[in-house]
Design a protein around this ligand. Structure first.
Ligand SMILES: [Zn+2]
Length: 187
């Protein structure tokens, strides 16, 4: 699966408009982070390596990354998400799992990821913007359950071709995304 021309244009636009920012130690909690991301074997290693590198660059030798890697990542945390089968308690069960990690590991920061291309999103007929809406929704769900939790949102993009592997994580500003999305005429 590769990005389409339309998706590439959209990502460029989102970057230009400041909705997707280069990651600059956003919410890099020194105590550690609960990481929610799709476990995609071709993309997750880049997400993980990037987080570990960020810790090293911030002078921390040990990155405490507590993983929750269901297919689709943060897409699964939202009730009614197309990534979950209707009528099941998937989203609530997943939320409780994440909140349990907060208690048992005493980690108060959650990094939520969606990624593109993502087979789970494709199987659920979700476009990138819908994934980003779910990401925002996932943050709201967790904050509703525990408003002391710090929740940061990230979008991972695989620009790669078979020869040229290029993957990158971006920070998504929820405030900017929501106002950007509201102004979008073709949504
Ligand atoms: Zn995926």
């Amino acid at each position: 699966m590769r990005l389409t021309e339309g998706e590439l244009k959209l990502i460029t636009q989102l970057r230009q408009d400041g909705v997707l920012e280069n990651v600059n130690n956003h919410r890099l909690d020194p105590k550690g982070v609960i990481l929610v991301a799709c476990g995609d074997c071709d993309r997750f290693p880049d997400i993980y390596r990037h987080k570990r590198r960020s810790y090293r660059q911030a002078g921390k030798r040990h990155a405490r990354l507590h993983l929750h890697c269901w297919n689709g990542g943060a897409l699964r945390l939202v009730p009614g998400s197309p990534a979950n089968k209707p009528g099941r308690s998937t989203a609530v069960d997943f939320q409780e799992d994440v909140l349990e990690s907060e208690r048992i590991k005493r980690l108060h920061t959650v990094a939520l990821y969606v990624h593109r291309p993502c087979a789970k999103a494709a199987n659920s007929k979700m476009g990138l913007l819908q994934q980003m809406l779910m990401l925002y929704g996932a943050k709201r769900e967790l904050k509703k359950k525990n408003n002391k939790l710090h929740v940061a949102c990230f979008v991972h993009i695989d620009y790669g071709t078979r020869r040229n592997k290029r993957q990158k994580s971006y920070f998504m500003s929820c405030t900017k995304f929501i106002s950007w999305y509201a102004l979008r005429a073709d949504r």
